[in-house]
Design a protein around this ligand. Structure first.
Ligand code: FAD
Length: 413
């Protein structure tokens, strides 16, 4: 029997290969890097947020209108099945207070080791340093050409990932392979990516995290979009979950209006600032706002709003309190763009879902060709959604490809 060839040993490919082999098919897994799973190793800042505690319907809602495609894959493997598989292969996971699952050891490498163990136990033949250049099928088997030569396959599963963080090996090759076989590609673009901002004073504030802020993205000709969550200041601009979530909406340049204290109404904030002034009259303004903001941010924020922060609090009246309240609840920054594909966590766009059967992940155009993981036109929010989707689609694609191959082989006998 010709093998199933899986292209790309990220989480989708490792699950696809393992499951296809578990179902009884011979499987070869081709990976362009010297080591598999390079992107997996950097997920969750090296800790790997593998999945989420939410129910299936909520999970599906995190995929920006495309999530319904995932229903059959999640029916086949959702969180419990994935966690169980990982536990059987050596790593248990635990959930944190935000509903994110991580391996108990806090090491992404342990998740990778478990997936490799799964593949090895099922007899998957892993071939590294193998960059696939083309997939062809004229009649009969698929011909897969790589820098190592040509392999014949009874079925092919493309799990080459997206095109962001290309240093990990996921450089958009799958789009080219899919297009060669007639598939449409929804133009790929970076998603979950930090913003670059014009204001240079942020350089000195890099690393500062601002929990629970409200950010409104205002761009010409578009309806403003508002999101709430944690924000991080970086050397080049702004990041953190709230910005990553908004990044999908950014067309080119925009203003962001940040409410640093969204739990206060403006009048409440003014009253609270005036109370601080009254209690700390002999201090500089900049030294009596620590109850509201991180100290490092106060002077730059007030300076940007044209407020003199060295003035004594006793001399500052209602007018200054109003100006400060405005600066805190409407801090405006100019976004000049995103940090681009090299820094984006996922790729939006990819192989069009219209041409893939969600129940099997088989191409509707080329029988025997399957797709799974980020190469598909699917991208989720931060929180373990992308890895679970890669694993679930990989698992289903492996299972479907093996079932079809074994069926055809027994019919041919
Ligand atoms: C910094 C960062 C942090 C992240 N953190 C999280 C997180 O904590 N939780 C989460 O859910 N998601 C996270 N993600 C997203 C997640 O990593 C991806 O969505 C996921 O890895 C996609 O899995 P995949 O198997 O589809 O593709 P990939 O993991 O990208 O794997 C694709 C594989 O295919 C190989 N390949 C590509 N082209 C070829 C070719 N021509 N021939 C052979 N092999 C090829 C690549 O080398 C690669 O090994 C993060 C992403 C980044 C960049």
């Amino acid at each position: 029997m010709l093998p199933i060839v899986v292209i790309g040993a990220g989480p989708a490919g490792l699950l696809a290969a393992g499951r296809a082999a578990e179902c009884g098919a011979p499987v070869r897994l081709l990976e362009k890097n010297h080591e598999p799973g390079r992107k997996l190793l950097i997920t969750g800042a090296g800790r790997c947020n593998i999945t989420s505690a939410v129910d299936r319907d909520t999970f599906i809602g995190q995929f920006f209108g495309q999530g319904r495609f995932l229903y059959p894959a999640l029916q086949t493997m959702y969180r419990e099945e994935l966690l169980d598989l990982l536990a059987r292969h050596g790593i248990r996971c635990q959930v944190d207070h935000q509903g994110k699952y991580f391996p108990v050891t806090g090491q992404a490498s342990d998740v990778l080791a478990a997936l490799l163990h799964y593949d090895q136990k099922q007899g998957v033949q892993l071939m590294t340093d193998s960059t696939v250049q083309s997939i062809q099928r004229v009649q009969g088997p698929f011909e897969i050409k790589s820098n190592q030569g040509t392999v014949l396959a009874g079925a092919v599963i493309v799990t080459t990932g997206g095109m962001t963080y290309p240093v990990t090996g996921s450089a958009g090759d799958g789009y080219r392979l899919a297009a060669q076989l007639g598939h449409s590609i929804v133009p790929p673009r970076p998603a979950l990516v930090p913003f670059v901002v014009k204001q240079t004073y942020l350089h000195e504030l890099a690393g500062l995290s601002l929990p629970d802020v409200e950010v409104r993205l205002d761009q010409p000709g578009q309806k403003p979009v508002t999101r709430r969550g944690d924000m991080l200041l970086t050397h080049k601009g702004i990041s953190g979950p709230v910005i990553l979530k908004l990044s999908r909406e950014l067309q080119s340049s925009a203003d962001v209006h940040i409410n640093l204290l969204p739990s206060f109404t403006r009048p409440e904030l003014i009253a609270a600032i005036l109370r601080e002034f009254a209690q700390n009259g002999r201090q500089h303004i900049k030294n009596c706002l620590d109850g509201f903001l991180p100290h490092r941010l106060v002077a730059p924020l007030l300076a940007a709003a044209g407020i003199e922060s060295d003035r004594m609090a006793a001399q500052a009246g209602r007018h200054i309190a109003e100006q400060i309240a405005r600066a805190m609840s409407d801090w405006t920054l100019t976004v000049t763009g995103t940090q681009g594909i090299h820094s984006a966590m996922v790729t939006a766009g990819g192989v069009s879902l219209r041409e893939i059967n969600p129940a099997s992940l088989e191409s509707r155009l080329v029988p025997g060709l399957y797709f799974a993981g980020e190469v598909l036109d699917l991208d989720g929010d931060t929180g373990g959604y992308n890895l679970q989707a890669a694993c679930s689609t990989g698992y289903l694609a492996g299972q479907s490809a093996a079932a079809a191959l074994l069926r055809h082989t027994s019919n041919d006998r």
